[in-house]
Design a protein around this ligand. Structure first.
Ligand code: FES
Ligand SMILES: [Fe+2]
Length: 401
């Protein structure tokens, strides 16, 4: 979708974007319009989300030979997992007359039949059958090649059990694009880290709907400043004073704490990442991978949160927790897994109110992007600058064309 720069810049001017991209002491945040305006929401779909690698789901949400439809900011998308466990992503639209192909998540016999005229696809997206296309009882037609009419595939990549897609196909390879953050966490978890993660067998996650723009959920995650005020319980076992901010590259930043010890498994310790630095067992790292993934790394578990933008003023958070090895999923740790999910649920629930009240604040003409703490908000500012640059890049491209 093309957005004339005049239409967008009448809502957010280049001067307002430049005000974001300033040293933190003088910088403002993104203007209110970016949090409330429907046209800017659609603009961000095209020029923040489609042009980058974005998370849409977790691999473990699908069993073998099943499909899961995802509504991504109004775009119908389909994830398939074949009998052999291969994941593919397609536009969820039939190649014939464009009906949305799959309405709900389901197990399949390996075939997807469009309800309208029964065109049939494999889970690899190949068009396999076109009943009566050439007349009643004639299932082929001269000049019609099934091979030209399969489902339209979307570029995807899996990292840490998260399915990322790049809708415009223009982004660099995921491994290159997210190189800094991948390398950092490969080192922290060790080479054996990613292969050993297992989606929690029980109490694996939660879904929360928030009445706020998706960016507020990211911004809230990027600072620990609010920790003593909003998370008094978390602050006892992971205090603000032990946190620091770090930038991990162009599109990743977050909190690192040297002390995270909720003492949930003291009597019955969960398996640890085997190569995790034993001198840093209480380290917790909480990066956001822009635009819409929040991660939490601890020595005995990992969590990932996908933020799904639903409208300018609504988003959905989907959390999944992963443990280390099959052993961690045994009955021996059922109570620990439950306690861990409860602890994180409390933390994430505590964040909902502030995010929703920041959203209300975005309706105020008395708020012009606000200010940043030069000490605590360096990651939030980094994210704001990244967003502002996505806008500015578009302004520059359109002005040059
Ligand atoms: S629209 Fe799907 S078979 Fe006709
Ligand atoms: Fe928080």
């Amino acid at each position: 979708m093309n957005f004339p720069v005049q239409a967008i810049s009448s809502k957010i001017s280049a001067d307002e974007l430049r005000a974001v991209d300033q040293p933190i002491e003088q910088a403002r945040g993104m203007p209110n319009a970016a949090y409330i305006d429907q046209e800017l929401f659609e603009f961000e779909r095209e020029h923040v989300f489609a042009s980058n690698w974005v998370a849409i789901a977790f691999v473990d949400q699908l069993e073998e030979a099943s499909v899961k439809p995802v509504d991504f900011m109004g775009l119908p998308i389909l994830i398939s997992k074949t009998k052999r466990g291969e994941v593919k992503v397609f536009h969820n639209v039939c190649s014939h007359r464009g009906m949305k192909l799959v309405q709900e998540q389901k197990k399949t016999n390996g075939l997807l039949v469009c309800p309208y005229h029964s065109w049939t696809y494999s889970l690899n997206g190949e068009l396999k059958a076109t009943p009566h296309i050439g007349g009643v009882g004639v299932h082929q037609a001269d000049g019609f090649q099934c091979a030209n009419h399969g489902l339209k595939e979307i570029r995807c990549h899996i990292w840490l059990g998260i399915i990322f897609v790049n809708l415009d196909r223009q982004a660099a390879e995921f491994e290159q694009d997210a190189n800094g953050v991948i390398e950092r966490y490969r080192k922290l978890m060790g080479d054996s880290g990613e292969p050993s993660i297992r989606c929690a067998a029980t109490d694996a996650g939660l879904t929360m709907d928030l009445e706020c723009n998706w960016k507020l959920a990211v911004e809230n995650y990027l600072e620990a400043y609010h920790l003593p005020f909003i998370h008094p319980s978390l602050n006892t076992y992971s205090p603000l004073a032990e946190h620091r901010n770090e930038i991990f590259g162009e599109k990743c930043a977050g909190q690192i704490t040297s002390t995270f010890d909720p003492k949930l498994d003291s009597d019955n310790p969960l398996p640890l990442f085997p190569d995790w630095d034993k001198s840093r067992l209480e380290t917790g790292e909480y990066p956001a991978v822009y635009p819409n993934v929040l991660l939490g790394f601890q020595a005995n578990h990992l969590f990932a949160m996908i933020i799904h933008p639903l409208s300018p003023t609504k988003c959905r958070e989907e959390l999944m927790i992963f443990y280390v090895s099959d052993e961690a999923n045994s009955d021996r740790f059922t109570d620990t897994r439950r306690a861990n999910l409860q602890a994180w649920t409390q933390v994430f629930n505590e964040d909902v109110g502030p995010c929703e009240r920041m959203q209300i604040g975005r309706n105020s003409p008395g708020y012009l992007g606000g200010a940043f703490s030069p000490v605590h908000d360096t990651c939030s500012h980094h994210f704001h600058k990244w967003i502002a640059r996505q806008y500015m890049q578009y302004y520059a491209e359109i002005s040059a064309s």
